[in-house]
Design a protein around this ligand. Structure first.
Ligand code: PMP
Length: 492
């Protein structure tokens, strides 16, 4: 057999032999059952070491192109052609199971930033995200903490760890919660992969497909997407400047017999409102009366810039009705993926079981690092600093809105959190406005992505004031003003 070899090439000789034979087998030039020359013979013909040929044959055998029969030689195998790769052939249909997957569970809240990028502005400014500012993350401090935890804990930092979560971290969380007026025992805390997983676990434990869940309308879209994906029926309660309109709730409870109420009582996403005290008590009373659990999502409860903190629903609940979830995503860094659930009673065991089924455990290394980083004192300092920065940004956004946007828009100044929820004159659709704003170089989250039906609230938009520095806030709102003007001119 003749195989051209380039002895000056950087490619080793055995790879050149292998490549040549591979090509001949795949093209059919060497049909199945062909016996390859004995390695000694081929080595002699090519003037190479016998090992070189044997290495080439082994590589072909490992890929299932040839097989060696003891004492008889090496033979070409039948090669079954693989179906053409879909991405290389746009004309091939996807398999049926792929096309029948449900498509209706992705909301359009994330599209704004894609559109902004596509707008091609040299300095785009986005107020669309649901996050705080990544530029504030304590990157260097956290890197050092991870290193010192690895040095200190060695293998223990890389085990699955305790199922409920790292005990010292749970104790630390219990201390932080106590400093905010929620007394709990570390045994009643379950560490989760962000509060999204906490919401997922609680939903799975408490509801089954077709059960009814009550939520604020509008609300956090990824919770709605999740409830929908799990097959729940979603019923909304309207929100005003004092949070969920609890007065309207009892009728809905009687009409729909829901299995759970999901609520964001502090600095609600998207409206930024806080549930007032009277409504908090009324909500707990109704949960008791109708034997109904409440899932309290306190995603930025501590980020208060003024006014008095309201007691959490969990701290008002004496009877084990409230399941409380929170997160370090907004207060610290979302990529930690550390959230937690606080619950009382037998539900804890069920939550723990579902946590195990969901992902076995949350990263031990990250939990240990967070524990080492997050003393109560440091948490309070961090909170204080973030609150000062975000308060200044909120104020900058409020003045920019007053300066650059028309007078007939309305909004409430939020006392904390991340968002301003703004209503434009009803003739203006934020979906029409969005592409124009993106071309101007700014993005917001359009209102209807937060409503359960996905279409209401076209005249509303959500602005995240916490994620951009003050100068960009002023410039971004100026651009929004220009976009509104352009839309108006177009309509004239
Ligand atoms: N709840 C609300 C209200 C949110 O806005 C978010 C994220 N934006 C979450 C929960 C989930 O956050 P994470 O999983 O990062 O804790």
């Amino acid at each position: 057999m003749r195989i051209p070899l380039d002895r000056q090439s950087d490619i080793p000789l055995y790879q050149q032999i292998e490549a040549h034979l591979r090509k001949s087998i795949l093209s059919g030039a060497l049909p199945p059952e062909t016996r390859l020359p004995a390695s000694r013979q081929l080595a002699h013909d090519l003037g190479v070491n016998r090992n070189t040929v044997e290495n080439a044959y082994s590589a072909l055998e490992a890929d299932g192109l040839v097989f060696s029969r003891m004492g008889s030689g090496t033979y070409v195998l039948t090669v079954y052609p693989l179906p053409a790769m879909q991405k290389n052939n746009v004309n091939l249909p996807w398999p049926l199971w792929q096309t029948s997957l449900s498509k209706n569970i992705i909301s359009n809240a994330d599209r704004a930033d894609e559109m902004l990028k596509a707008g091609g502005h040299p300095h785009p400014i986005s107020f669309a995200s649901g996050l705080s500012d990544a530029r504030q993350f304590p990157v260097e401090e956290f890197r050092k903490v991870i290193q010192s935890v690895m040095r200190r804990d060695q293998i223990d930092a890389l085990e699955y760890g305790e199922r409920k979560g790292y005990a010292p971290l749970r104790e630390g969380i219990a201390r932080i919660l106590a400093s905010q007026g929620l007394q709990t025992h570390p045994e009643n805390i379950l560490i989760t992969a962000g509060s999204q997983q906490a919401i997922f676990l609680a939903s799975q434990v408490l509801l089954k497909p077709n059960d009814i869940i009550i939520v604020e309308d509008p609300t956090y879209p990824a919770a709605v997407d999740l409830f929908r994906a799990l097959g729940f029926q979603i019923v909304g309660v309207p929100v005003d400047s004092q949070g969920m309109q609890v007065e309207k709730l009892e009728k809905l409870l009687q009409q729909y017999h829901p299995k759970l109420i999901y609520t964001v009582p502090n600095f609600h996403n998207p409206t930024g409102t806080c549930l007032n005290s009277a409504r908090r008590r009324q909500l707990i009373m109704l949960a008791d009366k109708y034997n109904l659990p409440i899932l309290e999502d306190d995603f930025v409860g501590d980020l208060r810039y003024e006014g008095h903190a309201q007691p959490s629903l969990k701290s008002l609940d004496m009877g084990g009705q409230v399941i409380y979830v929170s997160t370090f995503s907004k207060m610290l860094m979302p990529g930690l993926r550390i959230g937690f659930i606080v619950a009382d009673g037998p539900v804890n065991e069920s939550l723990l079981n579902f946590k195990r089924l969901s992902d076995l455990a949350t990263s031990t290394l990250i939990q240990r690092a967070l524990d080492a980083y997050m003393t109560v004192g440091r948490y309070q300092t961090y909170l204080h600093r973030s609150s000062q920065v975000f308060r200044a940004r909120r104020d900058a956004m409020v003045s920019a809105i007053k300066k650059y946007l028309p007078k007939n828009i309305s909004f409430e100044v939020p006392k904390g959190g991340l968002f301003i929820w703004l209503q434009l004159p009803q003739s203006i659709s934020t979906n029409e406005l969005q592409p124009i704003a993106c071309k101007e170089g700014m993005a917001f989250a359009p209102g209807n992505s937060f409503f359960i039906d996905g279409v209401s609230g076209e005249d509303w938009l959500r602005l995240n004031f916490a994620s951009q520095p003050v100068d960009d806030i002023e410039e971004g709102i100026k651009r929004l003003g220009r976009a509104l003007q352009r839309l108006r001119n177009r309509k004239k």
